[in-house]
Design a binder for this molecule. Sequence first.
Ligand code: F6R
Length: 241
Amino acid sequence: MNIKFFDSQQQLDDFAAGIFMDLINNKPDAVLGLATGSTPIGLYKALVQGCKDNKVSFKEAYTFNLDEYSGVTPDNEQSYSYFMHQNLFNLVDLQADHIHLLDGTASDAEAECKSFEEKLAQKPLDIQLLGLGHNGHIAFNEPADNLSAQTHVVQLDEKTRQANARFFDSIDEVPTHAMTMGIGSIMKAKQILLMVRGADKAEIVKKALQGPITTQVPASLLQLHANVTVLLDQEAGRMLD
Ligand code: F6R
């Protein structure tokens, strides 16, 4: 694992944006695995600016998003589809039919997950961006005795619902289920970029990067991937040896 520490959020975001821009400039039809949440917002801002400044073009690139809430329509402000369109897709020159998002309202959720996984198989991920949940989840692969390899429906952990309640009016509105890429889908990416910031993540960063590999800390499985870059601010990395 290649672990890098940054003194400011700006430096961390700019470094992450540099990785994406170098990849796309070398391979214009790169397949990008993307994440939502608070962590990547600055990165997406930097990519939007890079596109405006003609430093990068997404015209030929493809995207796959990690996850989506079940039962939430794409035009709902709480959906990950809405988040991605607001923060990136509507602001860069990406082609609409190159965007792959799970549909949380699909009438047959299993079929939706299967079809997503098939599309992923046809377009292997050149890079997968990840944030880290306080419980060690990556995407919505929650701590469990067993983890699913492929895209699947998952019941959200109470900790995850509480953490994400900040985006909703009340915890009762946070969906109980989601669709998520599986650990195997993520591990097949050629490169993984994990971004983590904040003192509240220091303990789980330590467990994920230097603790035992266990399905109870799904991010610890990243220790088995050959090409992982971890970008941390000083607070998130303060417990590392
Ligand atoms: C989001 C996702 C989640 C988040 C994680 C961290 O698509 O898959 O695993 O990356 O919950 O969220 P933030 O960045 O809000 O701390």
